[in-house]
Ligand binder design. Structure first.
Ligand SMILES: Cc1cc2nc3c(=O)[nH]c(=O)nc-3n(C[C@H](O)[C@H](O)[C@H](O)COP(=O)(O)OP(=O)(O)OC[C@H]3O[C@@H](n4cnc5c(N)ncnc54)[C@H](O)[C@@H]3O)c2cc1C
Ligand code: FES
Length: 518
């Protein structure tokens, strides 16, 4: 239900119109509210997600939480707390009263105090977070939300405070999101929460025994607990030739701004995008929205084929072609001379702007040099602890024992990185919370969002329910009859339900996966 006006909760709603487990939308004065019934209990909370304003009326109730249909944030119906990223802030709650057969919403409740922290004996005196990205920010944020009062330092190689990285290839690059939407937190947030954020502070070594990190500038920081959240770096191409234009890469706010500036330059009419990955295609969509001609060069026969299969790949290609993108598939850029790219098949493309999105490499050198266990990522146990006690890792660098696949996996998803940051914070405080979330990511192309839950590196069947080209479909990836992942286009309920089903199927991980060896 998306009728935001809906019921007038001041007058009240007859009990019979609020089925158990349903979400009923309405308002109290100017406030948009949803009311939920769980058995004999009624809850009234804000109608919009604090991430991107998703309509919670279209979400899913799971126990005493509501999940957002857009990117699966999860809020407590009792306290409004954002219990799972990508939302970081609580939604408001109102008092609900039953008057005979009618439910009435009364005054707004005060924000509840943060839940108590862990037992004091387990709490470190100082925590250092290396990385100012998704996992680093949510870890620091959760430590403070849980009442952690010790010293908290965030060291980031970036020149900007933590940003909404997914937006850098989407609305910001397309010109529909303003600069001030991009920081994840306000400038005052860090001082208010006593988070000592140091920018352009690259850590160069970790003394595991001495519990200290050293920065590029020679200074050191002692820690009782350390979180490594160093993310990933774009793979750089080494192209032959003498180019007259730079090849742009996209990871940071500065990178995105540089592409915007180049696209805005009066001479930029045609963009060459190397790579048909999520980043490459999102860049293609955003640059098309800015009115540039866009040519995408990539070696695969369909974009995203390896990750999502040929049907989704064809759909994505047709979608981009319908917007005017020209694909050169089965080819790579062999050289760039002046503004002319020569492809491996001998053809040429003249370009004013070049962007490469050809994958990323996790930043694991720091962990590796410190002697931590490495396996194509930093090896962590189910509590996200590395092979060194007191040192945790989260986000793009972490390879963790995923109970859903029974395999150790490493993914490059925003929501996973944020949730791992939150879980690592709890474990730093001694809460021993296993990370068992079902992986989730989304990707946006023009006004089409693809949501993906689960993890399927290999599958033997991909069943499509609905019609991808009609923008109404569920694709189920299976191996040996078992559902590993579900991709959806405008089927948000199916995506939420698939996530819950996978959670319910969750089994204890095999013990062999539990502890990384040093
Ligand atoms: C343009 C773009 C769009 C994306 N869109 C999506 C999307 O739509 N959906 C999705 O699921 N995922 C998306 N992703 C992926 C997602 O952003 C990443 O998975 C996520 O940011 C990983 O979080 P992280 O904390 O591990 O690393 P990051 O967010 O990359 O943060 C790493 C931090 O570590 C710092 N750092 C690195 N080395 C050091 C060092 N030695 N010392 C100090 N600091 C260091 C970096 O400066 C940075 O601050 C996108 C990524 C990009 C680049
Ligand atoms: S809008 Fe709710 S999770 Fe993104």
């Amino acid at each position: 239900m998306t009728d935001t006006k809906g019921f007038d909760f001041k007058t009240g709603v007859p009990l019979g119109q609020i089925p158990d487990g349903a979400i009923v939308a309405g308002h109290l004065g100017d406030d948009e509210i949803v009311v939920v019934r769980r058995g004999d209990e009624y809850f009234a909370v804000g109608a919009h997600c604090t991430h991107y304003h998703g309509p919670l009326a279209d979400g899913l109730i799971v126990d005493d939480t509501v999940r957002c249909p857009w990117h699966h944030a999860c809020f407590s119906l009792r306290t409004g707390e954002a219990v799972r990223a990508p939302a970081l802030d609580a939604i408001a709650c109102w008092r609900v009263e039953r008057r005979g057969d009618v439910v009435v919403v009364r005054e707004k409740l005060d924000a509840r105090a943060a839940p108590p922290g862990a037992e004091t004996h387990a709490v470190p005196r100082s925590v250092v977070v290396v990385g100012g990205g998704a996992a680093g920010l949510t870890a620091a944020d959760m430590l403070r939300r849980l009442g952690y009062a010790g010293t908290l330092t965030m060291l980031s190689a970036d020149d900007a405070p933590p940003v909404d990285r997914p937006n850098l290839s989407k609305d910001f690059l397309a010109g529909t999101a303003k600069e001030d939407w991009i920081p994840l937190r306000s400038p005052e947030y860090y001082a208010e929460n006593k988070i000592d954020l140091l920018l352009e502070a690259r850590v160069t070594s970790i003394d595991v025994k001495g519990k200290r990190v050293r920065l590029e500038n020679g200074t050191t920081h002692a820690f009782d607990a350390l979180l490594l959240a160093t993310g990933a770096e774009p793979v750089r191409l080494s192209l032959a030739g003498a180019p007259a234009i730079p090849v742009h890469y996209l990871r940071t706010f500065a990178d995105s701004r540089a592409i915007v500036a180049a696209a805005d330059a009066s001479k930029s009419k045609r963009a060459l995008v190397m790579g048909a990955s999520f980043i490459g295609l999102e860049v293609a969509a955003s640059l098309r929205s800015r009115g540039l001609d866009v040519h995408v060069v990539a070696p695969e026969s369909e974009p995203l084929e390896k990750i999502m299969g040929p049907d989704v790949g064809r759909f994505i290609r047709r979608l981009h072609e319908s917007k005017g993108v020209v694909f050169h598939l089965g080819a790579t850029v062999a050289r760039l001379d002046g503004r002319i790219a020569t492809l491996s098949d001998g053809s040429t493309i003249a370009a004013d702007l070049a962007v490469a999105g050809v994958g990323v490499r996790p930043n694991i050198a720091l962990a590796e040099a410190a002697g931590l266990a490495i396996d194509r990522g930093v090896t962590v146990d189910e509590y996200l602890q590395t092979s060194a006690p007191g040192i945790f890792a989260a986000g793009d660098i972490a390879r963790w024992p995923d109970p859903h696949t029974g395999e150790r996996i490493r993914v490059e998803h925003w929501v996973v990185a944020e949730r791992q940051g939150q879980a690592a914070a709890r474990n730093i405080l001694g809460q021993r919370q296993r990370f068992s979330d079902v992986p989730f990511f989304w990707s946006q192309h023009y006004d089409i969002s693809i949501n993906y839950v689960g993890h399927a590196e290999r599958w033997d069947a991909a069943d499509i329910d609905g019609d991808l080209d009609a923008h109404d479909a569920v694709v189920t990836y299976m191996r040996g009859g078992r559902t590993l992942a579900v991709a959806t286009v405008f089927r948000d309920q199916a995506s939420l339900e698939a996530e819950v089903k996978m959670e319910q199927r969750f089994r204890e991980p095999p013990s062999a996966l539990a502890a990384p060896k040093g």
